[in-house]
Design a protein around this ligand. Structure first.
Ligand SMILES: O=P(O)(O)OC[C@H](O)CO
Length: 418
């Protein structure tokens, strides 16, 4: 048997579902055995795989979050583009089978798919219907605007229904990147970096500044609970324990919510917006991750990887994965199969992610983002957000610093790869 090593970043419930996919594939044939290995957070998994490549000990497949795409694309000798892998292995591969938002994110300017779409998500809003009821709010009505998030949170806290109004995972992803797209505000020049390496960040405009100013104020007033840097791992537990009545989190938070929010009813809504910003709400952008193939594997291994990818993108496997986790159904066929199976009727709110992501045709501001060194820039976003919360800097100062420090990292990347 040929062994295929797969490094992934899926912990908890998502980890269990991920490992089950490898087991299922292994049971379909006897030529290859996929060995999944959990390597920590997305950032840790990516950094670990790059270090392993330098030492000649890389896995065949590594799961990389969407913001690592710019860096992986530039690592030419280190990766095998998926379209090439599939062609070499003689496996049929049609990029147009994937949802347009997914294709657009992971193809090169010629339309070639570079990594294998696997787990795409978008952030949505979860709320505790019991807490809403206890606070005298309508449990059938999630907040739709930030003014409502503030008012509802105030009512949740002042009524004693819960000690905190809302929390959010991923400040970077949800409260800056998606926030910008959802309000049709630019993240960076050259179509948010899709147009070339010589791009610059611009997400320190008045709309983003206003939002960060509000977040700091709401945190001060006890309406908003900061959930920590990176993924913001405290958000889930704060929501499950009914400490916070509202949570903004990946659509794939669904798996954790279903498993852990067992004492109360959960409602779903779209991300809130400022209703006086023209163009809002626009559309949210995808996150999650794709599977990159690292160079150096034997021909046999690469054939096994191609077979495994083919298995992963089959309508049945994709539809099941989507329904089990909350990740988007990334192919048209998986979406249609889920519809035909009656999944959305049986699970109200489960289509929130899809409706939100496709609410309007994307603009240059809302297609996604692609910058070199963006994993490092995410750390800068967290650092500056924490400086804002500590009162060391105001919102304009924090976002100006993100842009200045981020642009320096983008210039370093351009110098090294341009
Ligand atoms: O939690 P995920 O897998 O939906 O990913 C969230 C962000 O996109 C990570 O960059």
């Amino acid at each position: 048997q040929t062994q295929i090593d797969w490094w992934h970043a899926m912990g908890g419930e998502l980890g269990e579902k991920t490992e089950a996919l490898a087991t299922a594939f292994n049971a379909t044939q006897s030529e290859f055995v996929v060995v999944p290995s959990y390597r920590g957070s997305y950032a840790e998994t990516m950094t670990g795989a790059i270090a392993a490549f330098r030492a000649g000990e890389q896995p065949d497949i590594v799961q990389v979050f969407e913001v690592g795409t710019g860096t992986m694309m530039a690592a030419e000798g280190a990766i095998v583009p998926v379209y090439q892998l599939m062609a070499n292995a003689g496996v049929d591969f049609d990029p147009s089978a994937f949802l347009p938002a997914v294709v657009g994110y992971y193809t090169d300017p010629e339309g070639n798919m570079l990594s294998m779409p696997f787990n795409s998500s978008t952030p949505i809003l979860y709320y505790n219907r019991n807490v809403f009821e206890a606070a005298g709010l309508d449990p059938n009505t999630p907040p739709t605007t930030w003014a409502e998030v503030e008012a509802f949170s105030r009512q949740i806290v002042s009524s004693g229904a819960a000690p905190c109004g809302f929390t959010s995972r991923w400040v970077s992803w949800a409260q800056l990147e998606n926030f910008s797209a959802w309000h049709n505000q630019q993240i960076g020049t050259l179509q948010n970096g899709f147009g070339g390496l010589e791009t610059e960040l611009t997400f320190n405009g008045p709309v983003q500044v206003r939002h960060w100013e509000n977040l700091a104020r709401w945190e001060d007033e006890g309406l908003y609970r900061y959930a920590g840097p990176g993924g913001g791992n405290d958000a889930g537990p704060s929501f499950y324990s009914q400490t916070c009545g509202i949570m903004m989190e990946s659509s794939a938070g669904r798996a954790g919510v279903m498993a852990n929010a067992t004492d109360f009813e959960v409602g779903f809504g779209m991300l809130p917006y400022y209703d006086d910003v023209p163009g809002a709400p626009q559309n949210s952008i995808i996150g999650g991750a794709t599977l990159w193939v690292l160079a150096g594997g034997s021909e046999e291994e690469q054939r096994g990887v191609a077979e495994f990818f083919n298995f992963l993108s089959s309508p049945e496997v994709q539809a099941q994965w989507h329904q089990d986790t909350g990740y988007l159904p990334i192919t048209q066929a998986a979406y249609e199969l889920s519809q035909a199976q009656g999944y959305y009727e049986a699970n109200p709110g489960a289509d929130t992610s899809i409706r939100q992501m496709t609410l309007n045709p994307p603009t240059d501001n809302s297609r996604g983002l692609r910058f070199g060194n963006y994993v490092q820039i995410r750390t800068v976003i967290d650092e500056e957000f924490e400086r804002l919360l500590s009162g060391a800097v105001d919102a304009q100062g924090a976002l100006d610093a993100v842009v200045e420090r981020g642009n320096a990292l983008i210039r370093d990347f351009e110098d090294a790869n341009g």
